[in-house]
Design a protein around this ligand. Sequence first.
Ligand code: CA
Length: 237
Amino acid sequence: MSRPTRRLEVDLRILIVEDEPAIAGAVKAALTADGHAADTVGDGRDALDWTDTYAYDLVILDVILPGLDGFGVCSALRAKGFSAPILMLTALDDIEDRIKGLDHGADDYLPKPFSMDELRARVRALGRRRLEDRAPTLQVGDLELDPATRGVRRSGRDIRLTAREFALLELLVRHPGQIFGQERLIETLWDADFAAESNIVEVYVRSLRRKVDDGRRDGIIETVRGSGYRLRASEPG
Ligand code: CA
């Protein structure tokens, strides 16, 4: 019998905070190709929401952002005890910005424009430091989630979830007992564009149930009539 969780040497869960879609997309593509799981947000306040909800191993943080700038995000994260490394993307030749970033709690900086190879090298270096003390796996009954790899197992069976399915399941698992209404779920897990598609939550819950419950009678996600969804309290044994 092997241990239920397997991790690659460097496989981090990374939040990319960058409001320029082209840069955010390119960084995400490069890191995903390296085996990391990456999310992108384009607003400083969203960065705080996402780090509240999910366990990241590393944050890549642009300085100039709408909502709240990179320095503000950085000091807010440190003030609330966020301990994972923060890599700031600073303006080229702006030494003051670099010093300011480090003063606000960043671990490293990379001046823009940067080469993707250098970014990947910085991420590897910061990731190695992080691997020793990162977030543990989450366990509910016979269900096990590894936020770092987005791996899910139930009773020893590997389950493949999409990033969005995993995010939905992780949100429920991290807040046991709490009921999440459709609006709140859409707000947290989807972009505003999706709001029009009113049954999207239902579609994802159904797909999650099919994958995770595998025909069991008491599914892991409970529908609370008229209110939303929550994690079903796990029975003893
Ligand atoms: Ca920017």
